[in-house]
Ligand binder design. Structure first.
Ligand SMILES: *[C@@H]1O[C@H](CO)[C@@H](O)[C@H](O)[C@H]1NC(C)=O
Ligand SMILES: *[C@@H]1O[C@H](CO)[C@@H](O)[C@H](O)[C@H]1NC(C)=O
Ligand SMILES: *[C@@H]1O[C@H](CO)[C@@H](O)[C@H](O)[C@H]1NC(C)=O
Ligand SMILES: *[C@@H]1O[C@H](CO)[C@@H](O)[C@H](O)[C@H]1NC(C)=O
Ligand SMILES: *[C@@H]1O[C@H](CO)[C@@H](O)[C@H](O)[C@H]1NC(C)=O
Length: 457
């Protein structure tokens, strides 16, 4: 090594140690960060919308205040205004709801047990939705947080501790936008030439959330209200990826500014309830609410607005096969319960995953997503096997596969059905395309329902 090379090396090392900064606050640099592997391995998550809106828990859900209006519109015909007129005294404000957000039945260990039994490997809790109310005692949101009003508890801290004791990763949702924050309103009137809301409220609050709770998912929302430049998104992410206590493990979604969905972030959400039936090579998350009409709890929910278990399993299988993670959203109640019907759905999914988890967790997408001949069969790839997951039972108990030839022709794979003890018989038909036919067991002898995973090894 000559002198010049040596000094250059020392210089480079010095620069690295002095600044220690791998990522610059621009998208080109931030986009180079590799996805932390745990997220792609985890596959299954639960999102929860919980806040002051869980008190009225009426039409509009988590948007209740936004559609009702700041001081209410006594003459407006919106269903929220009618609801308030018919059920509350005229002077009742949205803030008055906060004291009824009691959470007296909230037992974080019970929730964590439920999540564990649902097979979820991570959760994402709304720590602040558009209403601005924080579920932790935010320094920057006095008297509008769960410690000062309502439950008088640090809901974020309590839940983080309980889920982590079960090896479930703790993640948080945070809305950039707030419905009626006056400082944000002022910035808006200034056409975002000022950024007082970012400096005084949002940015310090996000730092507090990360530093205090070491959250490993930052799921932002309300992005459409401003450009990424206003939100200081690249500034926040550079801090998060370089310096934060979770810099090596944290993952973020894609809602970092107006029209940026599907462009940046460790995983993409694209839009609410997004689904894909074709491969998306960038990591994505299908985030689905179990009550189709709301993300927060609605007391007036009906069974027909609930996604049936069978559909959930199908979505789960399709998402994973197409490179996505699968997340189910539920709205807990104001008093800290998780509705029985949500519990039942989550446990159903858990029951399915207990048998079929091997075809889901830690897998990657395969060459084909669904089969060319049996389009209801979706593939995943494990460490040493390919899984073909049938979301319908095949006609006459024989499954025809058109995309799996490379696993069968001139090979002798063993085909099993997860949860079923015996090997399955298969043949290659003598058609030009060499379709593979696999004989399913008698349906009455098979344990699982909803979808059946074949292991081809
Ligand atoms: C509410 O509905 C009534 C009857 O349709 C209508 O006359 C009135 O203008 C509406 N009020 C508002 C604020 O839209
Ligand atoms: C959590 O994971 C760690 C490390 O993988 C393991 O040692 C521990 O037993 C796990 N705990 C539970 C409760 O599963
Ligand atoms: C933007 O982010 C950077 C951190 O990368 C920070 O130093 C700066 O203060 C932030 N700006 C505002 C307005 O919050
Ligand atoms: C399955 O694959 C076919 C192509 O083989 C494609 O046209 C179709 O959209 C895919 N998805 C579904 C849900 O069938
Ligand atoms: C066989 O493969 C060809 C070419 O890939 C395709 O056009 C044809 O539809 C296939 N036939 C069957 C029965 O799958």
């Amino acid at each position: 090594m000559n002198f010049i090379a040596l000094t250059t090396n020392i210089l480079v090392l010095n620069i690295f140690f002095v600044y220690g900064k791998k990522y610059e606050p621009n998208w080109d640099s931030l986009d180079k960060r590799p996805l932390p592997q745990w997220y792609d391995d985890a596959k299954i998550g639960i999102m929860m919308h919980w806040g002051v809106y869980s008190v009225p828990s009426a039409a509009g859900g988590e948007w209740f205040w936004g559609v009702w209006g700041h001081y209410g519109h006594p003459n407006s015909n919106s269903s929220q205004s009618k609801f308030m007129r018919n059920n509350y005294p005229p002077q009742f404000t949205y803030q008055d709801f906060a004291r009824y957000f009691t959470a007296e039945f909230f037992n974080p260990d019970d929730w964590a047990d439920l999540f564990e039994n649902s097979g979820a490997k991570y959760i994402t809790l709304t720590t602040k939705h558009h209403e601005g109310f924080t579920l932790w005692p935010s320094t920057y949101s006095p008297n509008w947080n769960a410690k000062d009003v309502g439950p008088n508890r640090d809901l974020v801290g309590e839940l983080a501790k309980a889920v982590r004791s079960r090896n479930i990763t703790f993640g948080t949702y945070y809305s950039l936008y707030e419905f009626y924050n006056p400082i944000e309103g002022k910035d808006k009137r200034n056409h975002h030439k000022t950024n007082e809301y970012i400096r005084r409220k949002m940015f310090p609050e996000m730092l507090e959330l990360v530093e205090k709770y070491k959250t490993e998912i930052i799921w932002v929302d309300g992005d459409w209200e401003g450009k990424a430049e206003y939100w200081n998104s690249t500034g926040f992410l550079a801090w998060l990826y370089n310096e934060s206590p979770v810099k090596d493990t944290v993952v973020v979604n894609d809602r970092w500014g107006l029209k940026l969905k599907g462009h940046h972030g460790d995983f993409w959400n694209l839009k609410d309830n997004f689904a894909s039936v074709t491969l998306i090579k960038h990591k994505w998350e299908g985030t689905r609410t179990l009550d189709l009409w709301s993300w927060g709890y609605r007391r007036n929910m009906n069974l027909d607005s609930l996604v049936p278990t069978k559909d959930l399993i199908r979505l789960l299988v399709r998402d994973v096969s197409c490179g996505g993670n699968f997340v189910m959203n539920i709205g807990p109640t104001h008093d800290g319960r998780i509705d029985l019907v949500f519990q039942e759905r989550l446990l159903d999914v858990g029951k399915w995953l207990k048998i079929n988890g091997e075809a889901i967790y830690k897998t990657r997408y395969w060459t084909y997503q669904n089969d060319t001949v049996s389009q209801f069969v979706w593939y995943t790839k494990g460490q040493s096997a390919v899984y073909a997951i049938a979301i319908e039972w095949p006609k006459e108990n024989v499954l025809q596969l058109g995309s799996a030839n490379e696993l069968f022709v001139n090979k002798k794979p063993i085909v099993t059905m997860l949860g079923y003890p015996d090997k399955l018989k298969w043949t290659i038909t003598n058609t030009p395309n060499k379709t593979v036919s696999i004989t399913f067991p008698n349906r009455a002898t098979v344990k699982g329902e909803w979808a059946w995973a074949l292991k081809i090894k």
